[in-house]
Design a protein. Sequence first.
Length: 46
Amino acid sequence: MERTYFNNKTTIIKIILPLIFIYILSIITGFYFDARNATEIFVCLT
């Protein structure tokens, strides 16, 4: 059970980290609309 929880946790981290990275990039660059498109593309890839 602990192993399953750990696997779920790492999966969530793998999904969330790129989203956070894209969000931070959007703040730095100011291209909020492009960041939104990037997240949609990322969701389609997964």
